[in-house]
Design a protein around this ligand. Sequence first.
Ligand SMILES: Nc1ncnc2c1ncn2[C@@H]1O[C@H](COP(=O)(O)OP(=O)(O)OP(=O)(O)O)[C@@H](O)[C@H]1O
Length: 224
Amino acid sequence: MSLILEAKNINKYFGKNKAFHVLKDIFLEVHKSEFATIMGKSGSGKSTLLYILSTMDTDYTGEIFLNEQLITGKNQRELAHIRNKQIGFVFQFHYLLPEFSVLENVMLPAKKLGLKTSEEITEDAIHILKSLHIENLASNRASRISGGEKQRVAVARALINEPLLLMGDEPTGNLDSYNSENLFDILKSLKEEKGLSLLIVTHDEDFAKKTDRTIILEDGKIAG
Ligand SMILES: Nc1ncnc2c1ncn2[C@@H]1O[C@H](COP(=O)(O)OP(=O)(O)OP(=O)(O)O)[C@@H](O)[C@H]1O
């Protein structure tokens, strides 16, 4: 099966004179259409790893390939383009612009990419909102919707540029069990219906158990 993401021998240090070795010889692969999770105790390095894999942090050694293309060593402008076009990201906090409508929030990354007309982007955004069953919220202000709805809008926004890989740093961390399961179902259907690949950091064992594979981080190393 082909790989969407491959990390080879990733090492990362924090502090003066590399005082703290936070990620140690990490080798990790995510296959196309795989739904993988990363679990591990607090402080084991999950977020640090995810930020490196998503190109947001470039201060590491090792090599990362996205869709078989080496992305390590690319400049910030190239990385911003790769992030915007190929990787969707959902955080624990939604980071929606509160004064903008749901539709405007979802359209923003596509406007930034600048490859389509405003009409085309509107059409795409409405299509995604429909597929996540939140098209009724399109004209609502982002500040006036519930927490669970905000997270679904954040997923819609992450999908607008049709990424190859969707990454999440505890996207269900602030949700109750109903909304958490609902978000899981949405992510699962994106894998099954669209062939999306997913790599999600979570503390939620029930969530992780339902995915294809869980990668365990222990003290900066992959344990299983
Ligand atoms: N900017 C930084 N400078 C120094 N140390 C840091 C920095 N960021 C994180 N750390 C340390 O690196 C280790 C890993 O942090 P990280 O946030 O990746 O852990 P985590 O597994 O995601 O934890 P949590 O589950 O609590 O979110 C921790 O010991 C943390 O204190």
